[in-house]
Design a protein around this ligand. Structure first.
Ligand code: FMN
Length: 203
């Protein structure tokens, strides 16, 4: 598959085979993914590769996340989709490994009246770090696809971030994303891509 095919054929996988991934295989993917760009070359991300008992302990918090997220899903999707999504929250589709992606913890207050410049002065470190981590995560997703693995990028875990951080013994970082990874046990249809998003100006 060339890059364009990998990008188009990658899907969020929510059902995995009961098959472990060798550490060296994951190491290869993550080492390549770490060549992602980062704002002012900060590279201030950390990836925790979690499996086994620790993974199960982290997942035990997801029941609460599912409860918190349910009203939002009810508003957006039909009943059957809500059911599948909430089940996935609780068992991550049997994925053997979760990747927890962290950035440093930044604290600040924003006021509604602030202008763009004032906001950016305060927020830029956190936003730039989050965007850089997103580039890293997308690399992971595409490299995994290239190697026959499935992934799902998740932020639902943010609802129970405090519990996860306590479980991980992490106090100085923000959990920015979670990626489930494993051998896929489904071949989902591509959700429709929405509307016209490319705006040509002076072209
Ligand atoms: C930032 C981000 C957060 C996401 N969080 C979740 C999540 O918490 N749970 C989930 O099931 N999918 C999550 N997804 C996956 C999206 O639902 C999915 O990418 C989208 O529906 C398009 O489907 P596709 O990935 O198969 O193209 C997330 C994706 C992104 C980029």
């Amino acid at each position: 598959m060339n890059l364009s095919e990998i990008i188009r054929k990658r899907r969020s996988i929510r059902k995995y085979r009961d098959k472990d991934i060798p550490r060296e295989f994951l190491q290869e993917i993550l080492q390549d993914a770490l060549w992602a760009p980062s704002g002012t070359n900060r590279q201030n991300w950390d990836i925790y590769v979690v499996r086994g008992e620790k993974k199960e302990k982290i997942l035990s918090n997801m029941v609460l996340a599912a409860e918190i997220f349910k009203p939002t899903l009810d508003r957006l999707f039909p009943e059957d989709v809500v059911k599948v999504t909430l089940n996935f929250f609780k068992n991550i589709g049997g994925a053997p490994v979760v990747l927890l992606v962290y950035i440093p913890r930044y604290t600040y207050n924003l006021e509604k009246e602030m202008g763009n410049k004032e906001k950016w002065d305060i927020e830029h470190d956190r936003i730039t770090s989050a965007l850089s981590a997103a580039a890293l995560v997308q690399n992971i997703l595409l490299l995994a696809k290239e190697k026959g693995l499935g992934t799902c990028w998740m932020t639902a875990m943010k609802h129970v971030e405090d519990q996860i951080n306590t479980e991980m013994g992490i106090t100085d970082k923000e959990l920015i994303s979670v990626v489930t990874i494993g051998y896929p046990d489904e071949n989902p249809r591509a959700p429709r891509r929405k509307g016209e998003k490319i705006h040509w100006v002076g072209y």
